[in-house]
Each structure stands twice: as C-alpha cells, then as structure tokens.
Write a protein that binds this ligand. Structure first.
Ligand code: AMP
Length: 222
C-alpha cells in the first residue's frame, strides 16, 4: 500500500503519518527527515542540503527523487509506505508514478490535510522536535511532560532552524506555488482524499483514519 500525506508545512503530516504507519503497518518515509539525517551525519549530501534548507527552498529534484526512490527500494518498504513531504512538485509526483508503475505498483490514496494559513503560522512558531526520534511537540498544544525532553524516548527537544518566522513564510510561499498544484493533479487522478486538519491531534487522527479506511475498503470493492 502506498499513501501520500499532502499538506503545507505545519499541517500535521509527520504527526499523523506516525498514526497511519502504526495502524496500517507501513513504513514512514519523510524526505525532510532523510535530509536532516544527512546533515547530522555530515554526508556529502549535507553540504548541498544545508544551504537549501536554511533558506526554506526545495532541494533539486534530481537529488530528492534519487534519495527517495533508493529508500523505497529497501526490503522493509515491500509492504508499503506512507510518504510525508514527498512529492513536493509535479516533477517529483511524475517520477514517483513512473517508478511505481515500473514495479507494477500504484498509489492507493493521497490524503490532503487542509489547514488555514493563520493556523499553520501559529503551529510552526511553537514547534519542538525530538533530536533522536523526530517526535513533534508544540509549546502550547502538545507540550512534553518534562520540558525539553521527549516523552517517548527521553531525547532532547530542539526548534528546527527553518522554523523561524522568516523561513516559515518562505516555506509556505514555496508550498503554495510548487506543492499546492499537486492537489489538482491527484484530484484528476481520482486519488485525493481531503481531510480537515484543524482541531486536536487526536480529532484529526481519528477523522483521517476513519475516512482513509472507508476509502480503502471502497477502492478494494471496485
Ligand atoms: P520538511 O521537514 O518536510 O518540512 O522539509 C524540510 C526541508 O527539507 C524543506 O524546506 C526542503 O528544503 C527540504 N525538502 C524536504 N522534502 C523535500 C522534497 N520533497 N523536495 C525538495 N526539498 C525537500
């Protein structure tokens, strides 16, 4: 099963991906996490990735597509994947379609998590992430039990350097020009499932899993 979580930065893709992965026994692939891992490990990719990420810009498609396609060819991805943050433009969407078709596979559903711009800005400015397991927190909405420490693994929490107001605005701009057209692309392909992404993490999670399960059953009956 191949599912994409589509939405602006701050829509809750990472948070909700963790639920979908657990419920449907899939592998979570977040392109942003793959790039951040490269930064931590100081790989060759890190040098290029850093300058783009600091500016809130997308990395070149060639690099991104190669990295994600390599990741999905690993044995643990055989039973299926939840993509988060990929694809982020038309070229990446087409490359993913092509790669899946070549393997006799196809996307099952694209869940579009819709959140207003005002709410996105509010969420991103209070976001804290675990350095170790990437679990997301929010200083107001979902604070950790012990300030600065991850509830799940005890790792240190940090604010992403690209979550500053200026970079957030830039990232949202990139989303609206480059990524938002994918809503149309996947609607035309009959794959889009729109979910209201406002409300508590639990509310959105329940709403999403309910619709997703219903859609997958309906699709299976066709
Ligand atoms: P994210 O964690 O998804 O918000 O991604 C953080 C940053 O990583 C983005 O602002 C981009 O610089 C880079 N990035 C992540 N995913 C992609 C992608 N699919 N295409 C290009 N750049 C990406």
């Amino acid at each position: 099963m191949y599912i994409i979580l589509l939405g602006a930065p701050g829509a809750g893709k990472g948070t909700q991906a963790a639920r979908v992965v657990q419920e449907l026994k899939l592998v979570h692939i977040a392109s942003g996490d793959l790039f951040r891992q490269a930064l931590e490990q100081g790989t060759e990719l890190a040098v290029q990735a850093r300058s783009y990420m600091e500016k809130g810009m997308l990395l070149p498609d060639e690099i991104t597509i190669r990295m994600v396609l390599e990741r999905i060819s690993a044995p643990d991805c055989r039973s299926g994947v939840v993509f988060d943050g990929f694809p982020r433009n038309l070229a990446q969407a087409e490359a993913l379609d092509k790669a899946l078709t070549e393997q006799g596979k196809a996307l099952d559903k694209v869940v579009y998590i819709k959140v207003s711009e005002k709410e996105l800005l509010r969420r991103l400015s209070g976001r804290w992430i675990c350095r170790q397991c990437q679990a997301p927190y929010h200083s107001v909405n979902s604070p950790p039990r012990v300030w600065g420490k991850c509830d799940r693994c005890g790792g240190d929490l940090y604010q992403r350097p690209d979550d500053t107001v200026e970079t957030v605005k830039k990232r949202l701009g990139v989303y609206f020009t480059e990524t938002a057209p994918l809503i149309d692309y996947y609607t035309r392909a009959g794959k889009l499932l729109e979910i209201d992404g406002e409300g508590s993490v639990d509310e959105v999670g329940r709403r999403m899993l309910k619709s997703l399960r219903r859609e997958l059953v309906r699709q299976g009956e066709r």
